[in-house]
Design a protein around this ligand. Sequence first.
Ligand code: NAD
Ligand code: UGA
Length: 460
Amino acid sequence: MTVVKNICCIGAGYVGGPTCAVLAYKCPDIKVTIVDLSEARIAAWNSSHLPIYEPGLDEVVFECRGKNLFFSTDVDAAIQEADLIFVSVNTPTKKTGMGAGMAADLAYVESATRRIAQVAQSSKIVVEKSTVPCRTAQSMRTILDANSTPEIHFDILSNPEFLAEGTAIKDLLNPDRVLIGALQTESGIEAQNALVDVYTHWVPKDRVITTNLWSSELSKLAANAMLAQRISSINALSAICEATGADVDEVAFACGKDTRLGSKFLKASVGFGGSCFQKDILNLVYLSRQLNLPEVADYWQQVVTMNEYQKSRFVRHIISTLFNTITNKKIAVLGFAFKKDTGDTRESAAITLIKDFMQENARVAVYDPKVEAEQIYMDLAEPDVEKKVTICASAYEAAEGADAVVIVTEWDEFRDDQLDYTKIYAGMNKPAFLFDGRLLVDAAKLRKIGFKVSVIGKNE
Ligand code: NAD
Ligand code: UGA
């Protein structure tokens, strides 16, 4: 029976950092070293200002760091020491070459795997933690097998991560399930059991699912595709609501009460963002096309198409409401992160919206409680962006002199019981418009203050 005593995690990002920090927290008998090529990222993990904002993360890291949790740039040493290695590197959508704009770029997975093959001096269990196309483990196996010897053997597991940002620590401490896929060989199953034993330090055994490798890889893409599909479904209905007078919150509530449907992931919005939904669906679309399944590819593609439509529909509505022009008007954008409780901005709807506002020559003022100004400017990456977009220190500052306030991220502090909308209204140009892209505020209450309010999926 293999007992894991020393774990290395390659990739100290949004997944590797929190996942392995919780693992160290729950398994004091295991030494965990998280490594990354980025010196700046590792320095931040070793500082008092962690590189990622996640509720509860600081407590977990500060409790274990220096005891059984270490952050390092010495990738080779950590690989050599470990019995089990998580590969938790980024797998972005390819920008150029074959499959550009659709397929996952597996260059980072490949280089991490090659590094393991080159420097390992003993047998290892190598765990795919990154989200990858179905059958990636086969490529990793080919690289590792080419470097194995009678003394050094590699087993490969797939253990996709299902945490959501903003609730990562909660999700990791109490996951709905942990999924571990392995080749159904004697040594594959032994490696699978070794990882099961790590997770059952804190996860009830009936929530640790074991499957074959390919089911595990595909389940991750499938789960993200189905979650995003629900959002695109409710967003498609939000357009019908606006045209008919149905209320999308009421429709979601009524549908969600059906236990076969369930109530989660039915919140209409300005469009889903985040680093994974779009990337993973495009990945599934690409895989389907490669497998010569064009109808399947078209089906999943529509989830992304609907998301793009939702964003552009919202922008068009704002412009038409503001008398068909926003040139020189000031638009206050509340929120830049792709969801609340994270500083992550990857694929945030705010980026698309603000770029569209800039195209129309509006003056944009942005406030987000957790996103730094440099990050916002980097994401907008347009010439003269600093002249067109101002980053503000509060919602009040952003709304001062604005023609419209647009709620893009559902931060609690933008709720009408937390933000003083009377004060916001007083500082705005009149008529003062408010566009709620998150169904966050009580529109009737704000109308009483004097705002002209538009809410996604409502036509009041
Ligand atoms: P990230 O970009 O935040 O982190 C990846 C890290 O890997 C970076 O810091 C990078 O420097 C490092 N890296 C890349 N190549 C390396 C190498 N060869 N050696 C050492 N370090 C290397 O990415 P992330 O958000 O943590 O996502 C990682 C994977 O997890 C992706 O496949 C993603 O799809 C998946 N995932 C992400 C989330 C999420 O919420 N962000 C959730 C579930 C799954
Ligand atoms: C998502 C999945 O929820 C995780 O299970 C998965 O591990 C992760 O992707 C991943 O693979 O990266 P994440 O993107 O962090 O997690 O956050 P979500 O809570 O899923 O939100 C994604 C986007 O959908 C956000 O922009 C959010 O505002 C939006 N959303 C979510 C809605 O518009 N409506 C909803 O009802 C739910």
